[in-house]
Write a protein that binds this ligand. Structure first.
Ligand SMILES: [Zn+2]
Length: 415
């Protein structure tokens, strides 16, 4: 079979799914029952604003997907990755480990430039037009450069030992390679609150004695030691309200956006922190990491099986199993696999979020604050309240706003 036909057979289901997602996002949920349910808590105006927001973003998705297929198609199937590899190997006298960082830099730079117009349009036209983005062109450009440099370092640091293992242990590299990737990943999660996050934002200890005291009391009640609650200067970029839990071991912390601290009432902030403590209590970062470990190990083993076939290597434009083009193939395959496994990943994420919501309600015993917070989050983010049910199953990381509110309401009545 000619190669082009094989490429089309491989990619057609994914392109069809992209098109279906576009249509589903355009349509949203048209069922009257859902609208009635949403209107119990939100207004017609909020529904319209949320729809408008998602539709403006949706206009860009075909361009994002086209760039994705073009980028990987040219590199893998049209042989551009192989050509770049040969060129860089010539430049470095055949030393693959010296060619590797140059290869990574070329790829990441090309990728950044390709997506740059879309990224600028998103930020300065859509998000600014909706009154959500506050970022200056200077900060935005600096972010792009910093991300590029950071990704360059990270990808090179991971790819060097992994490719070395692929080259030196052709019969059994998946397990040690998974070990290296996971060790570096755990190290990254641990060190990121100290080293990576401060590259983009300023973090200051929470400067509100009453709030801090109440957060201490809350965490003590949960049997947790939350010494570290930080406020991040998120308002430099956007007005979204958010909080997150990050870090591993002694770098664990709760981070609140300054927008959240400024906009929300005392009880609402407590409700958010209690939710984040729920993630902490249920060890969601560690559990996510264990699942990642399983995924990486199985994924690398499958990749090893694939790369043992000379025909498959040739199909993807790899001159040998340890070719630098592997650095292109891996994210491409991860992205395609991601689409297939996203319902499972999203279901697990929603399960974690429900657990954290339950902890929040248990710790605060304040469903009213939980509900007013949820409403405020929707209003601030211009969230789409009539998202397509199938898209929610595939990609929804959190339960729907009306579902979260309904849980708080039933908690209230069951007290
Ligand atoms: Zn959460």
């Amino acid at each position: 079979m000619p190669k082009l036909l094989l490429v089309i057979i491989l990619l057609a289901p994914f392109v069809a799914w992209d098109a279906a997602c576009y249509v589903m996002r355009e349509r949203g949920d048209t069922s009257p029952a859902r609208r009635t349910e949403v209107l119990r808590h939100f207004s017609e105006r909020q529904i319209e604003t949320g729809r408008d927001h998602v539709l403006r973003h949706n206009k860009l998705t075909p361009f994002y997907r086209a760039i994705f297929y073009l980028f990987y198609g040219l590199l893998l199937f049209a042989g551009l990755a192989g050509k770049l590899e040969s060129f860089l190997l010539g430049l470095t006298n055949g030393r693959w480990w010296a060619a590797l960082p140059l290869f990574v830099l070329a790829l990441l730079t090309a990728q950044t430039l390709l997506y740059l117009p879309l990224s600028a349009y998103r930020e300065f036209v859509i998000e600014r037009g909706m009154g959500l983005s506050t970022i200056t062109v200077g900060t935005w450009a600096a972010d792009r450069l910093k991300s590029l440099a950071l990704n360059w370092v990270i990808v090179s640091l991971v790819a060097l030992p992994v490719l070395w293992l692929v080259r030196s242990l052709p019969g059994g590299w998946p397990l040690p390679a998974a070990g290296v990737i996971l060790a570096l990943s755990a190290f990254g999660i641990w060190i990121s609150p100290w080293v990576i996050d401060p590259l983009f934002n300023k973090f200051t200890p929470l400067d509100d004695a009453r709030l801090e005291q109440d957060i201490r009391a809350l965490s003590a009640g949960a049997g947790l030691d939350v010494e570290r609650v930080y406020v991040m200067d998120a308002s430099r970029r956007a007005l979204y309200l958010n909080a997150y839990f990050t870090g591993l071991g002694n770098s664990r912390r709760v981070v609140l956006y300054d927008t959240l601290v400024k906009e929300c009432t005392h009880d609402e902030v407590i409700s958010v922190v209690a939710h984040e403590l729920g993630h902490w209590k249920h060890r969601h970062v560690a559990k996510g990491f264990l699942l990642e470990a399983l995924g990486v190990t199985v994924g690398l083993w499958l990749l090893w099986l694939l790369l043992n076939s000379a025909g498959i290597r040739e199909f993807f434009g790899l001159s040998s199993p340890g070719s630098l083009a592997l650095i292109v193939l891996l994210p491409f395959l991860i992205s395609l696999t991601g689409t297939v496994i996203s319902p499972a990943v999203s279901a697990l994420s929603r399960h974690f979020e429900r657990q954290a919501d339950t902890t929040s309600l248990e710790l605060t015993n304040n469903p009213e604050a939980f509900i007013s917070l949820e409403k405020r989050l929707v209003e601030h983010a211009r969230s789409d309240l009539l998202s397509s049910p199938l898209l929610h199953t595939f990609y929804g990381s959190h339960p729907l706003p009306e579902q979260r509110i309904a849980r708080a309401e039933s908690w209230k009545t069951s007290r």
